[in-house]
Write a protein that binds this ligand. Structure first.
Ligand code: SAH
Length: 415
């Protein structure tokens, strides 16, 4: 998709010549040529003529070599989001072609799925655009001004490809305010009553696309639900930070003896219990609305001469990102260490800890170091038996490090 940055070639559009040009400073072109779409203010040498926020501009290096076209926004720290190394127009045909290309990637890597992320912004070279598919309902997020202004052509493209029952927008991402965009939430096309019933790996979920977390579900764990469930047969499973119980319900289907779900939100826990019942696991599932930190503490704090009795065979930890930015990393690591230390005390010898970190700022190495530091304090030795990443509908483009954020491990407690 990101071919070589060409000169004016066969697909040259005459109108492009009229686009304002953003000239980059020397040394700033390489990462754009390599496929990263973000251009910061500090990289810009000058603008050849005034550009309106949200409009297409062409990007050239300081020697006037054409690098691509992208959306301009003077109000954002990211002043240009490159769309293409070619002279494209951001019209319906362009979005149709790009969305179909993204869909092909999902069909190749998640062939069984009927609900998944169709477009994941930078992962699909569409910075500022997310599209999730929940069966026949689509949820759109536009987090850049240029994308937001193209909503009509994006919707037209989506109608052409999917003929959806409804298209909803969930535009409350905090990043929108950095682009000068207000919050927006509602039905853009079609009609929708109540939650959307979907199948995920064959299990039933009811998705509140207008009010649920993210766009309704944590689709990025779709593949990991199955893989973690492989470790759950006959197990007593604790699913901490459960949301609707994605991990716990898959574990129950895989033959877990008992599953206990923990989430701080009472509404979420009520929803999780409904899902357990709807899937036929009510008898083996229990749930509590609690703060996981407090709950783990209460389970592991002992009186002198008392010992913690490990009761669990499998503990899943899937907390929210504790880091909004790099400065928050040390505090986040303290939080990660604490829950791991306590979880490790509660695991039987031979039991498994399946743990996830969705913070882009904490890489896999740092995350594992944190778990090992907790294991040291708990005097436990771990065998790593699996590594996890985000599901393939959230593709990782290594040249765009920001596209990689979810990592996880399964560790068995050796002793
Ligand atoms: N495992 C879930 C996703 C978890 S997202 C899934 O696969 O769907 C993180 C969840 O943790 C959210 O549902 C949020 O409500 C909950 N949460 C955040 N902080 C918490 C805390 N301190 N104690 C308990 N739950 C918490």
């Amino acid at each position: 998709m990101f071919g070589r940055a060409g000169c004016a070639g066969d697909n040259y559009l005459p109108s492009m010549q009229l686009l304002p040009t953003v000239l980059l400073k020397p040394g700033e072109a390489d990462r754009i040529v390599a496929g990263h779409p973000w251009i910061y203010h500090g990289s810009v040498l000058r603008l050849t003529q005034p550009a309106a926020d949200g409009e297409l501009v062409q990007v050239k290096d300081h020697r006037q070599r054409f690098l691509g076209v992208g959306f301009y926004n003077s109000r954002s720290k990211i002043v240009v989001r490159v769309l293409s190394p070619e002279r494209v127009d951001a019209d319906q045909a362009f979005f149709e072609q790009r969305i179909r290309a993204a869909l092909t990637v999902r069909q190749r890597h998640l062939p069984q799925a009927s609900s998944f992320r169709v477009v994941n912004a930078e992962s699909d070279f569409l910075s500022g655009l997310i599209i999730d598919k929940y069966e026949d309902v689509l949820v759109v997020q536009t987090s850049s001004l240029g994308m937001d202004q193209r909503k009509p052509v994006i919707l037209a493209a989506l109608h052409g490809i999917f003929s959806p029952r409804a298209i909803v927008e969930r535009n409350e991402a905090s990043s929108r305010k950095f682009e000068g965009l207000p919050d927006a939430n509602g039905i853009l096309a079609g009609s929708l009553e109540g939650p959307v019933a979907i199948k995920l790996n064959g299990l039933q979920f009811e998705v509140d696309v207008l009010g649920g977390h993210k766009t309704g579900l944590y689709l990025d764990q779709q593949v990991n639900y199955q893989r973690v469930a492989e470790l759950a047969k006959g197990a007593h499973v604790l699913d901490a930070f459960s949301f609707l119980g994605g991990f716990g319900l898959h574990a129950a289907r895989a033959g877990a003896a008992q599953v206990h779900l923990l989430d701080q939100s009472g509404d979420v826990i009520a929803g999780a219990l409904r899902h357990a019942a709807a899937n036929g696991f009510a008898e083996r599932c229990s749930a509590e609305a609690v703060n996981v930190f407090d709950w783990l503490k209460a389970q592991t704090v002992t009186k002198p001469h008392e010992k913690v009795i490990p009761r669990w065979d499998l503990i899943v930890l899937d907390p929210p990102s504790f880091t909004r930015n790099r400065a928050a990393v040390p505090d986040a690591l303290r939080g990660y260490k604490e829950i791991h230390l306590r979880a490790l005390k509660l695991l039987k010898t031979g039991g498994t800890l399946a743990t996830f970190c969705c913070s882009h700022h904490v890489n896999a190495g740092l995350f594992q170091d944190t778990v090992l530091s907790a294991a040291f304090d708990a005097r436990r030795i771990l065998r790593r038996v699996a590594t996890y990443s985000q599901s393939p509908d959230h593709p990782i483009i290594p040249m765009i490090p920001e596209t990689e954020y979810l990592k996880g491990f399964a560790f068995e407690v050796v002793r």
